[in-house]
Ligand binder design. Structure first.
Ligand SMILES: Cc1ncc(COP(=O)(O)O)c(C=O)c1O
Length: 287
């Protein structure tokens, strides 16, 4: 696999970083995951805007302009054997010659690492039956809008779902739904789609925003608001969204059936518009 590390394209086996890298020592960095369909970046601009927002959040200067990032990503895509990809891009505060919590001097360059893995769409069984989720109290920090590589809390929360054979852990603060361990959450009652408000407690998903945009373009009503756990468990439909999962129906939470236990009609409708959007991107009708 060809990866990008600090200005160079090289085989993964030749990509090495220092053990003093602050990403390794402190988790001091941010990342993005960007889908690619038929060799085309999906919502690349929005992902690069969010990267800038995360870099601002950790006070790290962006090592590349948007144009440079786009050029690097396009070249990396061209060097991959697959057309549909999940790009992982990470920027850390670089490697100093000592371990010190305070930021290093300006002479230390950030470490930029990018790799691309084949993106596989959800298996048919997943979209036919939906997935199960569990709920857990959200014990993460107060800056979840920064897409930080420091993901220990998310990992432990997600593993609890995995241990129970479920796809995701839905995080709850003070009785209110926040997001998934690595996804955003939608709740449908009747034809109304609700999703939690943006804020510091959750990551504003690029997929989440696209779902809202697609719904608006089709005159489907959406609301961004607080959602109580009871509303989640009593909803007709629940969905989770992320760049790699796209939009998945959740048909059981904490062992309780959601709606009639099958992917609902609003999801069916939305996902067909989502598929159309992808087709238009691949056809070059939108960028
Ligand atoms: C905590 C969290 N929330 C939401 C998302 C969804 O974001 P996106 O749709 O941009 O992939 C992710 C994606 O990994 C995530 O880690």
């Amino acid at each position: 696999m060809t990866v990008f590390l600090n200005g160079k394209f090289l085989p993964l086996s030749e990509a090495h970083i220092s053990p003093l890298d602050r990403g390794f020592l402190f988790g001091d960095g941010v990342y993005e995951v960007i889908p690619v369909y038929a060799g085309k970046l999906f919502r690349g601009n929005q992902h690069l805007d969010r990267l800038q927002n995360s870099l601002n959040g950790i006070r790290l200067t962006n090592p590349h302009s948007k144009q440079e990032w786009t050029g690097i990503l396009e070249e990396l895509i061209a060097r991959q054997p697959h057309d549909n990809l999940s790009i992982y891009l990470q920027v850390t505060r670089g490697a100093d010659n000592k371990r010190d919590h305070s930021f290093p001097g300006n002479d230390i360059q950030p470490t930029v690492f990018i790799m691309a893995n084949e993106l596989k769409t959800a298996p048919v069984a997943t979209t036919q039956d939906g997935v199960c989720a569990i709920t857990q109290p959200d014990d993460r920090w107060e800056h979840c809008d920064i897409k930080a590589i420091t993901l220990l809390a998310n990992i432990l929360l997600r593993q609890q779902a995995t241990d129970q054979g479920c796809a995701e852990t839905i995080l709850i603060r003070d009785g209110i739904v926040i997001e998934g361990a690595a996804s955003n959450v939608f709740v449908v009652t009747g034809k109304l789609i609700k999703t939690p408000n943006k804020g510091h407690q959750m990551l504003t998903g690029i997929t989440r925003d696209l779902v809202l945009e697609i719904a608006a373009s089709q005159n489907i009503e959406t609301v961004e608001c607080d959602i109580a756990v009871d509303e989640l468990l009593g909803a007709d439909e629940v969905w989770i969204s992320s760049s790699t999962k796209e939009v998945l129906p959740v048909t059981s939470i904490d062992g309780k059936q959601i709606g009639d236990g099958t992917p609902g009609p609003v999801w069916q409708e939305l996902i067909s518009y989502y598929a159309d959007y992808k087709k238009r991107l691949v056809a070059g009708e939108i960028s």
